[in-house]
Design a protein around this ligand. Structure first.
Ligand code: ZN
Ligand code: ZN
Ligand code: FE
Length: 745
């Protein structure tokens, strides 16, 4: 019996070869009908024998193209339509509903082979791509995903490209960024003739020049990672004294010469997302120590665009590939802007004329306990949505201040922006507002609720204030946002004990929180424990100078030790700190776990002044990694009105005692073990009291690999079910997902 069905499919089904796949499938089964792209879905009309339609539907899911992701299928039987005699792909149409935009995809194996084939017409073509690879989000100006709605629209396809584009048998059938030497974008060195470009790039790198290279989602600053003078020059010019730079290495063999790579790490390095993976250094060989000072890990990625490979043809060494920006501003994406902003940094500019519609940085991940941890979610991952276990109204969550991302959500999907940067100045704020507008337009979600951080001084809070007239504006406490972020990220709907440990967040009582323990679920959350507040004198200056955090603590609790511990600190600084503590002026009280790491780092003389966020804690962790000390320090837990206060006074007292006798690395390790013990003991007490067995870890402190390595197996051994973040960062890059909870229906 003949039947006709209308089918609608949502998900990543555009720009991934889905239509040609359906076309071929229908043809092979002798079915008639059509397929078209709509704004957020594909529509199919299928007609023919019932049996064959059944097979069609089965294979549709089973054999879908590798890059597609089907979220939902709807099927409806309709009356037999008249004279459809064939199966065809018809013109796209606009529709309402969800939009799914594919992230950008690293060059595929087939394209790589063609690019390396001297007989192929795209031999060494820098922009080769197909339906299985290439740019997506970064070139999409609007939906449905068709060439005239991408930044490729200015390139008129040549005859041969056109042929491939319309040939359902071709790998480039409806590949929107399709192009070749005759018709596609070009790459050039600013101010120079467009010939032997890659040879010249190699020469410049060899000479120790700094290059601004326009990439997939923005500019990179690139230079020879083995040339110490150039690396130092880049640090000075980029105003980035010691925060590690990422590297690009030409292949896996090269990476394995420098770093340990386990099976999971190798898989991720080679994945279609191609993020930067933090790898343990085996032998730094010729890499300058200024690439990642005082670090045991290197952030490394493989080439992901065709032209990255072409660069390595003429430059056999390793490249620093760091975001083209100044300190933590958003990445620069346009030629003119790059020349203006980066003119004092780069010696040479490499431009191309495929415009970048949306900026996107490289993603950064690491693997610990065989689990993937995302530190920066951007290229390859964004803007694929996070599916959440609750329904929300159209909501825009503005995120935090550092490592900002925002989230735009509706029903059970949340579209998180790629990493934006630190929202500290007007320029960044302007880019942030632009990206928000783009998201609202692209995903067709008009927010009804706006959520911001409780902090009264965040720029995002000001931004939210402006919209009070137009929509409902709500504030959420920072660490509660971390809590909900974890629950939504992992789809946890029942009760959980969650440790929300990070650097800084404005607390509900006006103090600075950061070492919080919550119990709750997606309906409610309760603060059940936190580190005992301690005073820090000097405000933001103290955060940049951890010695002042240590000095404040010692001045308050162990004043007799000051001279012994800080003989080297300026007497004036000691005097002021003492006065401020006595008078209780220009002081904040904090329960921050991150600040406790800073305190210990400074106390041990590891890091007294920082130039990037988290530096003191990271260097303390690196020191501790050298030790196999298993002991931990004493600490106190006091229960006051339902809430546990964790007092680290005994820990600090003991550290001061041991400082004279023991090695730094052992003290650092014992301190890490102490935090692990605190987590374990609180977990056990709360499990007993509330009968909850799930433990969550969220917040920047859990980027500490040593802490994850010691804490998670220990908790699991005691029978706990442990959850860390999977899709979004555990740092403040993940909090916008948690903030979205206030949009709950
Ligand atoms: Zn390809
Ligand atoms: Zn062409
Ligand atoms: Fe945080």
């Amino acid at each position: 019996m003949e039947k006709t069905y209308k089918i609608k499919i949502w998900g990543i089904v555009q720009g991934v070869g889905f239509r040609p796949f359906v076309y071929r499938l229908a043809k092979s089964l002798n079915l008639r009908g059509w397929i078209l792209n709509s704004t957020g879905s594909v529509h199919i009309l299928i007609e023919g024998e019932e049996e064959k339609i059944k097979k069609f539907l089965d294979d549709l899911v089973k054999e879908a193209p590798p890059l597609s992701k089907i979220e939902k299928i709807e099927k409806e039987e309709i009356n037999l339509s008249e004279n459809i005699i064939d199966f065809s792909i018809i013109e796209s149409k606009e529709d309402t509903g969800f939009n799914f935009i594919s992230p950008d995809i690293a060059i595929c194996e087939d394209c790589f082979k063609e690019m390396r084939d001297p007989k192929d017409r795209r031999f060494n073509y820098p922009f080769i791509n197909c339906t299985n690879c290439g740019p997506r989000y970064t070139i999409i100006e609007d939906l449905p995903y068709d060439r005239d709605k991408t930044t490729m629209k200015i390139f008129q396809m040549c005859e041969r490209c056109e042929e491939e584009y319309h040939d359902p048998e071709s790998r480039r059938f409806h590949a929107q960024p399709i192009s070749c030497y005759d018709c596609g974008p070009t790459i050039w060195i600013d101010g120079e003739e467009a010939s032997n470009i890659f040879e010249k790039i190699g020469k410049y790198l060899e000479e120790g020049k700094i290059l601004a290279i326009k990439g997939l989602g923005g500019f990179h600053l690139a230079c020879d990672a083995t040339n110490e003078r150039t690396v130092i020059k880049l640090r000075e010019k980029k105003k980035r004294p010691s925060k590690p730079f990422a590297l690009m290495m030409k292949d896996m063999d090269m990476i394995k010469k420098y770093c340990y790579v386990n099976e999971e790490e190798e898989k991720i390095l080679l994945s279609k997302e191609r993020p930067i993976v933090l790898l343990k250094i085996k032998d730094p060989r010729d890499i300058s120590e200024y690439v990642a000072p005082n670090n045991k890990y290197l952030g490394i990625m493989l080439p992901y665009t065709p032209y990255h490979y072409l660069i390595f043809d003429y430059f056999p060494k390793n490249l620093i590939m760091t975001s083209g920006n100044i300190s933590d501003e958003p990445i620069i994406k346009d030629n003119d802007h790059a020349k203006e902003r980066l003119k004092n940094i780069a010696d040479v500019f490499i431009f191309h004329n495929r415009n970048i519609a949306h900026r996107v940085d490289d993603s950064v991940v690491f693997v610990e306990n065989k689990e993937l941890n995302v530190i920066r979610r951007a290229r390859g991952y964004a803007p694929y949505p996070i599916k959440i276990p609750i329904k929300i109204k159209p909501t825009l969550a503005l995120g935090g201040e550092l490592k900002n991302t925002f989230s735009l959500g509706k029903e059970n999907y949340v579209f998180m922006s790629p990493h934006v940067g630190d929202l500290k100045d007007k320029d960044t704020l302007q880019v942030y507002e632009e990206i928000i507008q783009e998201f609202i337009r692209l995903f067709r979600i008009e927010p009804e609720i706006l959520v911001h951080d409780l902090h009264p001084q965040y720029l995002s809070t000001d931004f939210a204030e402006k919209f009070k007239k137009y929509m409902e504006v709500k504030a959420i406490q920072h660490h509660k946002a971390h809590f909900f972020s974890l629950l939504l990220d992992r789809g946890i709907t029942d009760n959980i004990i969650c440790f929300s440990f990070d650097g800084t967040g404005y607390g509900e009582d006006g103090n600075i929180w950061g070492g919080e323990v919550f119990i709750g679920n997606l309906e409610e959350v309760k603060r059940v424990a936190h580190f005992k507040y301690f005073p820090v004198a000097g405000g933001d200056y103290a955060i940049e100078n951890p010695r002042l955090i240590a000095l404040s603590y010692i001045t308050k609790y162990l004043p007799s030790e000051i001279e012994k511990i800080f003989p080297h600190i300026d007497p004036f600084e000691k005097e002021i700190t003492k006065k401020l503590i006595e008078k209780d002026e220009n002081i904040f009280y904090t329960s921050s776990c991150g600040r406790i790491f800073d305190l210990v780092s400074a106390l041990l003389g590891i890091r007294e002044k920082i130039d990037y966020e988290g530096q003191a804690a990271i260097e303390l962790e690196m020191e501790a990694m050298e030790s196999d000390e298993e002991d931990f320090y004493p600490f106190k837990m006091i229960k006051e009105k339902e809430t546990f206060k964790i007092d680290i006074y005994p820990t600090i007292e003991k550290i001061i005692l041991e400082k004279e006798k023991y090695e730094k690395k052992d003290i650092a390790k014992k301190f890490h073990n102490t935090i692990t013990q605190i987590i374990l003991q609180i977990s056990e007490i709360l499990r007993e009291e509330y009968k909850i067995n799930k433990i969550g870890l969220s917040g920047g402190v859990f980027q500490n690999r040593l802490l994850l390595r010691t804490t998670i197996p220990l908790l699991r051994n005691k029978g706990f079910e442990v959850f860390t973040h999977k899709n979004v960062p555990t740092n403040d890059g993940g909090i916008s997902l948690g903030q979205i909870i206030l949009g709950k229906e």
